[in-house]
Design a protein around this ligand. Structure first.
Ligand SMILES: C[S@@+](CC[C@H](N)C(=O)[O-])C[C@H]1O[C@@H](n2cnc3c(N)ncnc32)[C@H](O)[C@@H]1O
Length: 249
């Protein structure tokens, strides 16, 4: 059973990242053909695969999800910033693989790309161009269909459609075991932290997908940790993403 579960989750990871069929990248970032190293580290945007986070950050997501299951850390799992849904589909697959019925996966996104920068309130986002990339706007129906392709769309998957500033404050998640943030900008990261950090259970994990490569995202995390006096050690994932385990409220 353990071996089959392991194979299922490896297969899901490689399908979701497009590694298995060598899905070439979208040309928008400059590369044209499939490069296994880029896909390992999530440095390109696959043309049809369902996640851009790469195999290493997928492995990290599995590791931390399994830890919260084994350690009985209470709560749901959420990603803020889902694109085609791949990382959320992986979290749902992990719950499925372990027969977990009492946790939900929350899928939070505008489903229309990133917001234009609000430089007045978030100077770190000044000049940010992510909102101009139409490749990052994936409609809700497409993401739901992507879950269906893996037979993983059911009542354990909850969608929060809209800007984080509007959807997260009143979202009915309850406690969270995993908060995975992949909204790239200062505003998107700080909105997730301000609204969801206090819901993360002790022993739960906060994952920041782009900490080492997107300056605005890093500033938001650093500002929040300083303001809240958070000293939990930052752990590197792959030179891009980081995480920490919440040890104090
Ligand atoms: C880099 S992509 C996420 C990649 C995804 N985690 C994966 O597995 O491939 C960023 C996503 O964040 C969403 N996003 C960013 N800022 C947002 C905000 N403030 N409110 C709602 N959605 C936002 C965008 O629509 C986009 O889908």
């Amino acid at each position: 059973m353990r071996r089959i579960r392991d194979r299922y989750l490896q297969l899901m990871r490689d399908c979701l990242t497009g590694s298995i069929y060598e899905d070439p990248p979208l040309k928008v970032l400059g590369t044209e053909s499939f490069d296994p190293t880029l896909r390992e580290y999530g440095w390109d945007w696959p043309s049809i695969a369902h996640s851009m986070i790469g195999r290493k950050r997928m492995d990290n997501l599995r590791l931390l999800t399994e830890r919260v299951l084994f350690d009985h850390v209470p709560g749901d799992l959420i990603e803020t910033g889902v694109w085609r849904g791949g990382a959320c589909i992986y979290m749902r697959a992990i719950l499925e693989a372990y027969g977990i019925k009492n946790r939900r996966v929350w899928v939070a996104d505008s489903f229309e790309g990133l917001p234009p920068p609000d430089a007045e309130n978030y100077p770190a986002d000044t000049g940010d161009v992510f909102h101009t990339y139409r490749e990052l706007a994936v409609p809700l129906e497409v993401v739901q269909h992507n879950f269906k392709r893996y037979f993983l769309l059911d009542e354990h998957v909850m969608f929060l459609k809209g800007w984080f500033r509007d959807t997260l404050p009143s979202s009915q998640t309850g406690p969270l075991a995993i908060l995975r943030m992949d909204g790239d900008m200062y505003e998107s990261t700080i909105d997730a932290l301000n609204n969801l950090y206090d819901r993360v259970s002790l022993g739960g994990y906060i994952i920041v997908d782009d900490y080492r490569v997107v300056e605005g995202c890093r500033h938001a995390v650093d500002d929040f940790r300083t303001r809240r006096g958070i000293h939990d050690a930052i752990v590197e994932i792959d030179g891009v993403g980081i995480y920490w385990q919440k040890t104090a409220s």
